[in-house]
Design a protein around this ligand. Structure first.
Ligand code: AKG
Length: 274
C-alpha cells in the first residue's frame, strides 16, 4: 500500500500565489529556521561583523554570500527556494544579499521606495526574501508595504531629505500612494516575508530596546538581465532549473565560512543598488 507523503508547506498554494500577484507581498509563511537554529545563526553573526572595516557599517555586508558559506547556505536554503519557485517559476537565480540591522534605539529609517528603481535590471521579475533574525514588528521598526503598489508603475524617486535614512532616494507620501494604506510586517525570528521588486515599502526608526535585524535576499527569473555598465560586480548563482538566457555572469560558490568580497564596494547609486 502506498504511504501518503505530507504536503510540502513551502510549496505555495494557488491562493498564496494569487495573493502575492494581487498585493505584491506574502506573509504568514512557515518558519525557515527554528528558534534554536536562529540562535545559532545569530551567535555566528559577530564573525561577519568582525570583517567590517572601521568606516563601514552592517549596511556594507552586501553580496557577502559570494564569499561566506554562512550566508550562501541561507540563500540556497531549499525551503526558501521552494517559496521563491512558487513566485518566479522553475528557473531563477540569486544575485544579492544584504543586512538591514537597526540596533536598539536606532534612529535609522528606510524611506518609501521601490527596489526596481535602483536596480539596472530588466524586465521586473525579482522577489526579495526578508529573513528575520529577530522578532520584528511595529515597535522595533518592522517593514511596511503598500499593497497593490507593484501594479502602479515605477514612480520617480527624489533625493532623501531624511538624514537618518539608510537609502539615498525616497518617494514622497501622496506622490502616487497613501502611506496610511500600508501593511505592517510582523515576523518571528526565523520567519520570512516575500515582496515584489516594484512594491512600495519602507520602515521607521527603532525606538525600542530590541534589535531589529533582517537579511534581504534577492532572486530573479533567468530572463532578467543586469546592466553590467551600471553594476559591474553583478554575479548570479543559479538556484533552480536552467539558465536558457545566459544573460549574466556566474559567481563561484564560496568555500570559507566567513569572508568578504575583495571588490571595492561602490556607492548605492554607482551600483544602481538600494
Ligand atoms: O529592512 C527594511 O526596513 C527595508 C528593507 C528593504 O528596503 C528591502 O528589502 O528592499
Amino acid at each position: 500500500m502506498a504511504t501518503a507523503t505530507a504536503p510540502n508547506p513551502y510549496k505555495l498554494t494557488a491562493a498564496q500565489q494569487k495573493f502575492y500577484h494581487e498585493n505584491g507581498y506574502l506573509l504568514g509563511l512557515p518558519p525557515i529556521y527554528t528558534r534554536q537554529e536562529m540562535a545559532q545563526l545569530n551567535a555566528e553573526l559577530p564573525n561577519l561583523l568582525a570583517l567590517l572595516k572601521p568606516d563601514e557599517t552592517t549596511k556594507d555586508i552586501r553580496e557577502w554570500h559570494e564569499t561566506s558559506t554562512y550566508l550562501y547556505d541561507i540563500c540556497m536554503n531549499p525551503k526558501i527556494l521552494d517559496l521563491v519557485e512558487g513566485i518566479l517559476g522553475p528557473n531563477f537565480y540569486c544575485w544579492a544579499s544584504n543586512f538591514f540591522i537597526k540596533d536598539p534605539r536606532s534612529m535609522s529609517t528606510v524611506g518609501w521606495h521601490q527596489d526596481s528603481y535602483y536596480w539596472p535590471m530588466t524586465p521586473n521579475n525579482s522577489v526579495t526574501v526578508w529573513l528575520a533574525f529577530d522578532d520584528v514588528d511595529e515597535v522595533n521598526g518592522g517593514m511596511k508595504l503598500i499593497p497593490g503598489s507593484h501594479k502602479g508603475g515605477i514612480i520617480k524617486h527624489r533625493r532623501s531629505t531624511e538624514t537618518n535614512s539608510v537609502l539615498t532616494l525616497e518617494l514622497e507620501d501622496g506622490s502616487d500612494f497613501k502611506a496610511d494604506s500600508a501593511v505592517q510586517f510582523r515576523l518571528k525570528a526565523g520567519e520570512c516575508s516575500l515582496h515584489d521588486d516594484r512594491a512600495i515599502h519602507g520602515s521607521q526608526a527603532n525606538p525600542s530596546d530590541r534589535r531589529r535585524a533582517g537579511l534581504t535576499i534577492r532572486y530573479s527569473g533567468t530572463n532578467v538581465k543586469n546592466d553590467m555598465a551600471v553594476n559591474p560586480n553583478f554575479k548570479i548563482y543559479l538556484c533552480r532549473g536552467v539558465d536558457e538566457f545566459k544573460h549574466n555572469p556566474y559567481g563561484t560558490p564560496p568555500t570559507q565560512r566567513y569572508g568578504r568580497p575583495s571588490f571595492k564596494p561602490v556607492s548605492n547609486e554607482e551600483a544602481g543598488r538600494g
